[in-house]
Design a protein around this ligand. Structure first.
Ligand SMILES: Cc1cc2nc3c(=O)[nH]c(=O)nc-3n(C[C@H](O)[C@H](O)[C@H](O)COP(=O)(O)O)c2cc1C
Length: 190
């Protein structure tokens, strides 16, 4: 079964490293048969701060950028969020991008690739799990946490995982594929 996987970054600042880590995981996902993958860099998506007048649960979106975002997420079967940690929490842009929509996220699995200093983004990961379960998403217990992530970046700013990191990412994506297939069938019967 072909499942659509969207890799979504979490940061928008100039010089963000998330895009490079997103590219690494996107390239690696090509090892998983059955995933059709797209990388969404929130810095390029450039959503304003959530300004829709109605509760997203109603799906009555006013703005073109929200409608486009809805289409993008509606067609998805699985997500990987490439998560930075800002001040022991998750960065505001990913919360903003999530908050725009509601039912579009429902019954879809999400894997988390977090990065940071000594914590590897674990605190941000735990906070994000609380949010995504509110939307009826399934956060995987298999996750990739990258401490001191700059050790994996070359002078050109490209991220390259070592064998251990690549294997843990592939393991997470294999589970993600299983969940996405099961949850797709579940959505079809609802
Ligand atoms: C506002 C801000 C707060 C940060 N807070 C943390 C933190 O709590 N924990 C951590 O491990 N790194 C923290 N860092 C360092 C980030 O891990 C590092 O800057 C990383 O590159 C951020 O991701 P980005 O480049 O995609 O924005 C912080 C960075 C910024 C800009």
């Amino acid at each position: 079964m072909m499942n659509k996987l969207k890799v979504i970054t979490s940061t928008t600042r100039e010089g963000r490293k998330g895009a490079s880590i997103g590219k690494w995981i996107t390239d690696l996902s090509k090892n998983i048969e059955g995933f059709e993958v797209e990388l969404i860099d929130l810095g390029e998506l450039n959503l304003p701060m959530m300004n829709e007048p109605n509760h997203p649960r109603l799906g009555q979106y006013q703005y073109e950028y929200t409608k486009k975002w809805r289409e993008n997420i509606t067609e998805s079967d699985a997500f990987i969020i490439v998560l930075a940690e800002y001040n022991y929490g998750f960065p505001a842009p990913i919360k903003n991008a999530i908050d725009y929509l509601f039912n579009e996220w429902k019954y879809k699995p999400v894997g988390i690739v977090s990065y940071g200093g000594v914590s590897g983004g674990l605190r941000a990961t735990q906070m994000l799990k609380q949010v995504v379960t509110t939307l009826n998403m399934m956060p995987l217990s298999e996750q990739v946490n990258i401490p001191f992530f700059t050790n994996y970046m070359n002078e050109k700013g490209n991220f390259k995982g070592d064998e251990k990191l690549n294997n843990s990412a592939i393991n997470m994506m294999q589970h993600l594929y299983k969940w996405s297939t099961t949850m797709k069938k579940m959505r079809e019967t609802m």
